[in-house]
Design a protein around this ligand. Structure first.
Ligand SMILES: O=C1C[C@@](O)(C(=O)O)C[C@@H](O)[C@@H]1O
Length: 225
């Protein structure tokens, strides 16, 4: 992991995500905490995002119950230099409020996220999801959906454009797979402020190599108002 972190750091991303649902020793919190320190030592001042994606939302199965997961996140907030954590909006309001308060007390940014690997809800539903992230105190609201056609991709972009006008928090939105790749390249025009690119290994279908994304965005920015 440290070698991979070094390789990713060489691409100079704005932040690096640790998809800890793929970490094999998740049940030993002391090892997770130690690795968090080692990773931070490796990547220096690049902010580190700690994510445990649930199986229900496309993640790797983990050996922790919801309560154990919340406890681990508490420790991550209290005892590590990690700057951002991801928490899923599918969790109940009390659990989300608890993680919000712990993360806030410890100066960590909270991303409240929603992933749908099967389909794309309507733009209205997507907006409601992002609004819930805002109401629950997220620093960033995030949505990743699976499109089946370009109309689905347009729904996602439409919701992004609306959220940009209506919400006060930054948002990150993306449609996955090749069908949705345009949302990763052009989502920023509609108001998506964070995009996940491939530094070393991809973590979702349709992700673009960071160098390609930089070139594409640079060219677009040259002509886009
Ligand atoms: O939420 C996201 C977005 C993502 O699913 C994507 O589609 O790029 C990739 C995940 O690793 C990340 O946590």
């Amino acid at each position: 992991m440290l070698i991979e972190a070094r390789r990713v750091k060489e691409h100079a991303p704005d932040l690096i995500e640790w998809r800890a649902d793929y970490y094999e020793d998740l049940q030993h919190a002391e090892n997770v905490i130690a690795l968090a320190y080692d990773l931070k030592a490796e990547i220096g001042n690049t902010p580190l995002l700690f994510t445990i994606r649930s199986e229900a939302e496309g993640g790797n199965p983990i050996p922790l119950t919801d309560r154990e997961l919340d406890h681990l996140l508490e420790l991550i907030c209290k005892e590590t230099p990690i700057e951002l954590i991801d928490y899923e909006l599918q969790r109940d309001t009390d659990a989300i409020s608890h993680i919000r308060s712990i993360s806030e007390k410890n100066g960590k940014l909270l991303i409240l996220s929603y992933h749908n690997f099967k389909s794309t809800p309507s733009a209205e539903e997507l907006l409601i999801i992002l609004r819930r992230a805002e109401i629950l105190g997220a620093d960033i609201g995030k949505i990743a959906v699976m499109p089946h056609n370009l109309t689905d991709v347009l729904q996602l972009l439409n919701a992004t454009d609306e959220a940009k006008k209506l919400l006060s928090i930054p948002i990150a939105t993306m449609a996955m797979d090749k069908m949705g790749a345009i949302s990763r390249m052009a989502g920023w025009i509609f108001g998506s402020q964070l995009i996940f690119a491939v530094g070393d290994k991809s973590s979702a279908p349709g992700q673009i190599l960071i160098e390609d994304l930089r070139t594409i965005m640079k060219t677009m920015k040259k002509y886009q108002a």
